[in-house]
Write a protein that binds this ligand. Structure first.
Ligand code: GLN
Length: 219
């Protein structure tokens, strides 16, 4: 889904300023955050961009970490002061959805990068995992969703034939016992759920398929 030019100026959805809770904060220091905003508008879910520490207020119930460049995002998370409130949110078990670079920021381990950011997702993630030949591609796969209240992985459903769009993305090299595999393609694990943490190596926000975002809003 290509985003309308109006998102150049939008900092929040219309209903987000009066809301005292239920708002999704979208990390907006770098990367593909406007695409997530447009997706939430399609679903009628309030959102605001997180650009500075003071944007993270008590109205924020869930957080999206968008695609982009994880090293740059990691530095900007520190310099804006957003790292600590987002880290506390994640450690409190509240919902967070990382796409692509966002998956890298969530991982406990990276196998080709010495950095660790939020270190919350029980997995080893490999950056730029598909090599030079095929950095960006599409595929179609089923996605398994899990009940976030059952840490040992109780299925809630299958999202059938979801369009996967990869842009120089990571994959999951190893998954630990706390995380559950939502999706594999070509023998690689590309989406995980750990309670209220969702992470996809691909970009649902640039498709017109709202189903993963809908699932996240119920977590
Ligand atoms: N290659 C990027 C990284 O390693 C992620 C790419 C993306 O988010 N589309 O940070």
């Amino acid at each position: 889904m290509v985003v309308d030019v109006s998102y150049i100026l939008k900092e929040h959805s219309e209903d987000a300023t009066q809301a005292s809770s239920g708002v999704t904060g979208i990390l907006a220091v770098q990367g593909a955050f406007a695409e997530h905003a447009a997706m939430l508008d399609r679903l009628g879910a309030p959102w605001k961009l997180l650009r500075a520490r003071e944007d993270f207020d008590e109205s924020i119930d869930r957080v999206i970490l968008p695609g982009g460049e994880s090293t740059t995002q990691g530095k900007l998370l520190r310099s804006t002061g957003l790292f600590d409130p987002i880290n506390e949110h994640i450690k409190a078990g509240r919902p967070v959805f990382g796409t692509c670079a966002g998956m890298i920021l969530l991982a406990e381990r990276l196998d080709n990068d010495p950095n660790v950011y939020f270190g919350a997702l029980d997995a080893t993630v490999r950056r730029n995992a598909y090599g030079r030949q095929l950095g960006s591609f599409t595929a179609t796969e089923n996605i398994t969703t899990f009940n976030p209240d059952f840490p040992d992985g109780k299925l809630t459903g299958i999202i059938k034939a979801f369009p996967l769009v990869f842009i120089r993305g990571p994959f999951v090299a190893e998954v630990g016992p706390k995380a559950h595999v939502m999706c594999e393609t070509n023998g690689n694990m590309v989406a995980l759920q750990q309670d209220r943490i969702l992470a996809t190596a691909f970009h649902p926000e640039i498709t017109s398929d709202t189903r993963i975002h809908e699932f996240f809003l119920q977590c």
